[in-house]
Design a protein around this ligand. Structure first.
Ligand SMILES: NC(=O)C1=CN([C@@H]2O[C@H](COP(=O)(O)OP(=O)(O)OC[C@H]3O[C@@H](n4cnc5c(N)ncnc54)[C@H](O)[C@@H]3O)[C@@H](O)[C@H]2O)C=CC1
Ligand SMILES: O=C([O-])CC(=O)C(=O)O
Length: 328
């Protein structure tokens, strides 16, 4: 057991994904079995009482690794000393709301949270944004944290990645662990590009095991629209799978992936022609607490076209939040 206690701040902690995330984070899903954690739960004042109830349940679970749990309705205190920020709380889209309205409403949340992270978080802060539109919310938060390296702000693409693994394993009758080099590029939206061009299953190229037609006409739209499909079938948006993926994202970033690829929404360094700074899904590997975009992949004209569509959407989102004065 290390003597260090790591602080994990969860926003929207009384919401559905926050609730599902908190208990696994308390059980060691991010740092592992040798690190004690402090959970800081941030909610809006209207949900403060519900957050207090979540904190009571966490205490009642007697997690050996949980050193303390605190609730807050002010981001400045919630992010004090935080090494991990799970930014889940967001304004959901309501009837009649345009995408631009959603971006503007969420800018009011992620700007102040970015500023609070800038002023109060620990030097090793790492942030994953789950609240939608996740990529652009992460960009807004990063822009309000000029003293934190921009690469510490990331967006959740791991749910899309895990959805792709699940579909491919089911289709080919293989184990998820036998699948390597799968990636989801672009935005966490229906424009995303789940890419099988480099994927191996038990060492065999995936595209020798499934048809090009299934890949293009079934796999890509199924993965890209899975969120909407879950809403339709389950009667509510993905919760436990989103929580599980957010924890996967942070665990792998901190503890490393070896040679295994995972998908993360990270600020582009210009790789693959994605404009610098846009927070875009890429295949990455993680070592020593840092991720690296997988370099030098061959991109077919089909892959370039798919990536362009999603990157253009990210660009438009960035313009929309610029026009709304949320970033400069
Ligand atoms: N990136 C991804 O893969 C996925 C993202 N999502 C997104 O995750 C977000 C959360 O989803 P759910 O937990 O199901 O929603 P929810 O509505 O159950 O919970 C959201 C919680 O956030 C809180 N909240 C709102 N503003 C806040 C603020 N400024 N500070 C702290 N807390 C705040 C609300 O009070 C609420 O308790 C949504 O934006 C959803 O669209 C959902 C699934 C997958
Ligand atoms: O689509 C939604 O509203 C929730 C989401 O991001 C997902 O499930 O991928």
């Amino acid at each position: 057991m290390t003597s260090d206690v790591k602080t994990i701040t969860i926003t929207g902690a009384a919401g559905q994904i926050g609730y599902a995330t908190a208990f696994r984070a308390a059980a060691g899903a991010i740092y592992g079995a040798n690190t004690r954690v402090r959970l800081n739960l941030l909610e809006i004042p209207e949900a403060a009482q519900a957050a207090a109830g979540v904190a009571m349940e966490l205490t009642d679970s007697a997690f050996p690794l949980l050193s303390e749990v605190n609730t807050f309705d002010d981001p400045n205190t919630a992010f004090e000393g935080a090494s991990v920020g799970l930014l889940i709380g967001a304004r959901p889209r309501t009837k009649g709301m345009e995408r631009a309205d959603l971006l503007a409403a969420n800018g009011q949340i992620f700007g102040p949270q970015g500023a609070a992270i800038n002023d109060h978080a620990a030097d090793d802060i790492r942030v994953v944004v789950v609240g939608n539109p996740a990529n652009t919310n992460a960009l807004i938060a990063a822009k309000h944290a000029p003293d934190v390296p921009a690469e510490r702000f990331t967006a959740l693409m791991r749910l899309d990645h895990n959805r792709g693994l699940g579909q491919l394993a089911t289709k080919t009758g293989s184990a998820v662990n036998d699948i390597e080099k799968f990636a989801v590029w672009g935005n966490h939206s229906a424009s995303q590009f789940p890419d099988l061009a480099h994927t191996l299953i038990g060492g065999t190229p995936a595209l020798e095991l499934v048809s090009e037609d299934w890949y293009r006409e079934t796999f890509i739209p199924t993965v890209a629209n899975r969120g909407a499909e879950i809403i339709q079938i389950r009667g509510g948006s993905s919760v436990a799978s989103a929580a599980s993926s957010a924890l996967d994202h942070m665990r792998d970033w901190i503890n490393g992936t070896g040679e295994r690829w995972v998908s993360m929404g990270v600020p582009s360094d210009g790789s693959y022609g994605v404009p610098e700074g846009l927070i875009c899904g890429f295949p990455v590997t993680c070592t020593n607490g840092e991720y690296t975009i997988v370099p030098d992949l061959d991109m077919s004209p089909f892959a370039c076209d798919r990536l362009d569509v999603s990157v253009n959407e990210l660009r438009e989102e960035r313009e929309a939040v610029r026009d709304a004065g949320l970033i400069s």
